[in-house]
Design a protein around this ligand. Structure first.
Ligand code: XUL
Length: 518
């Protein structure tokens, strides 16, 4: 039996999917550790260190490392056959950087199984906390990068300077804490950091996640020396190698034998959670778009030819199956749904029962937290109707429809025809949301059995890169649709009209659309 393990480090916790390609139905059922419920001592119930400034969002790598040890201990204690694992890979929340001292490779190479990962690796951190994808505190650094490189950034790295991306975050670190920056020998993404931990040696960054840094030139597929050198002094020498996603990073460190793994088990480079999900829902080839409804909502799709968003909101990342993928990220995903659910005093069940009929055409700009698409640094929802006196059902419908209309508006640039949309993430369980997506996009909406698509994607990447199993075969075995929502053509005209109204509402809000195009 050859099993493949996929790990997903998300904003809220760590999950694992253990798959047997010869027996797909066997599925492990998945294993999980939640930062809030399982590691309350870190005081980070939502996965980041609470900060009164809503633009500052950082996480504690010690919490991530403890979650790793706990996840593997749980798998061992539940009797998971970890000795049968033939290959491992992972997906991590994108853009988070982990800054490390010179001692990192040495400590990694001699991990003591008698101690925890956190005990041994925290002394290697030169920046105690890692800014994560929710951080928006780098507007100044973005302006500096754009003043220096203008549109070249977007055309060659696939994105304009973006607040949450690693490059602007590193620039801010180097400016604000020059001594700690000097003490930094290597800067990893969360993905390459955890791959390094598994291998017991520094790992490269894959093109999928590396493209989320404003540092990788997607035309040459190498770090852009000029941009990196401007971003921070000596940065080119601090970056791991950038490699294709099918690269084998190394063999599993002996540290993990205590959980029942075999030392030396091959580990494929990790990727970002969105590139991972692209594979996990079976959409590595163009033709299927993906909507991931999680803490953030994202829309993404494999891309045949490299092209970028002229409005500057969308991104181009590497597709782990080869080529590129488009991605648009909306920070007000579940965070906005949760804010409205609470405000309306609804249970999860009542929230989910909301249907898109009877028809009203109410809209809002759902900026309950700072937003990336369009760029909104000062949160504050704006309502196109009398929100305060509207019944709860109408408020919820307006929120969900507005979120999906914004997604349609801002994904138009990606210009790659798709026959259907696969939905994933926690909120994809909502039949009401699936119906709205089908009707707004006038496209079939499918779900697959596994909800942890980033973890499944990592397991499939391991089976492909290490086991040599073609993606097509893996998609057929693990990503078959289990439900289809067909669009109602009678709603097309209504949503076309609402799309236009949404576009105007957004354009009328000062400092949003215009801000990104500064
Ligand atoms: C993508 C993004 C988020 C994180 C969430 O650019 O910022 O989707 O990857 O984990």
């Amino acid at each position: 039996m050859a099993l493949y393990l996929g790990i997903d480090l998300s904003t809220q916790g760590v999950k694992a999917e253990l798959i047997d390609p010869e027996n797909p139905a066997a599925g492990s059922g998945g294993f999980a550790v939640g930062f809030g419920a399982d590691l309350p001592q870190y005081g980070a119930p939502e996965g980041f260190v609470p900060d009164p400034d809503p633009l500052v969002r950082a996480a504690d790598p010690a919490m991530w490392l403890d979650a790793f040890d706990l996840l593997f201990a749980r798998m061992r204690d539940a009797g998971a056959p970890l000795g049968e694992v033939a290959g491992i890979s992972g997906s991590a929340q994108q853009h988070a950087t982990v800054c490390l001292r010179e001692c990192f490779p040495r400590v990694l190479g001699s991990l003591d199984p008698g101690k925890t990962l956190a005990e041994q690796l925290v002394p290697c951190l030169s920046r105690r906390f890692s800014p994560i994808w929710m951080d928006r505190s780098t507007a100044r650094e973005c302006r500096e990068l754009e003043a220096r490189f203008g549109d070249r950034l977007r055309r060659e790295t696939g994105s304009p300077a973006v607040e949450r991306f690693a490059g602007p975050q590193i620039r801010k670190f180097a400016k604000e804490a020059p001594e700690a920056y000097r003490d930094t020998a290597a800067i990893h993404l969360a993905s390459s950091f955890f791959c390094s931990v598994l291998c017991g040696a520094p790992s490269p960054v894959d093109y999928g996640d590396g493209a989320g840094m404003n540092l990788l030139n997607l035309r040459t597929l190498g770090w852009d020396g000029e941009i990196a050198a401007f971003t921070a002094p000596g940065l080119p020498g601090r970056l791991p190698r950038a490699v294709p996603s099918a690269t084998i990073a190394g063999g599993l460190s002996g540290y993990f034998e205590k959980y029942g793994f075999r030392a030396g088990t091959p580990v494929a480079v990790w990727s970002g959670d969105n590139p991972g999900s692209l594979i996990g829902v079976g959409a590595g080839e163009p033709g299927i778009a993906v909507v991931s409804l999680g803490t953030s909502d994202t829309f993404f799709a494999a891309m045949r030819s490299f092209h970028t968003d002229p409005d500057g909101y969308g991104h181009v990342f590497g597709d782990p199956a080869g080529g590129f993928m488009s991605l648009i990220c909306f920070s007000n995903g579940s965070l906005a749904r949760e804010a409205v659910r609470k405000e309306c005093g609804l249970s999860y069940e009542a929230f989910d029962r909301v249907t898109p009929v009877p028809e009203s055409e109410h809209l809002l700009l759902p900026y309950f937290v700072p937003e990336s698409t369009p760029l909104v640094l000062e949160p504050g929802a704006e309502y196109g109707f009398d929100w305060a006196s509207a019944p709860a059902e109408e408020r919820v419908r307006a929120l969900l429809e507005s979120q999906i209309l914004s997604m349609r508006l801002h994904s138009a640039w990606q210009n790659e025809a798709f026959r259907r949309i696969r939905v994933t993430g926690g909120a994809s369980k909502s039949a009401a949301l699936r119906r709205i997506i089908a009707d707004v996009f006038q496209s079939e909406v499918e779900t697959i059995a596994v909800s942890n698509s980033a973890g499944l994607g990592a397991a499939l990447r391991a089976a492909n890169a290490i086991g040599g199993i073609p993606f097509d075969m893996l998609y057929g075995r693990f990503c078959a649709p289990v439900s289809v929502t067909r669009p109602d053509p009678a709603r097309k005209a209504r949503y076309d009209r609402m799309l236009e109204a949404y576009r105007q509402l957004e354009a009328g809000r000062s400092g949003t659309a215009a801000a990104r195009l500064r």
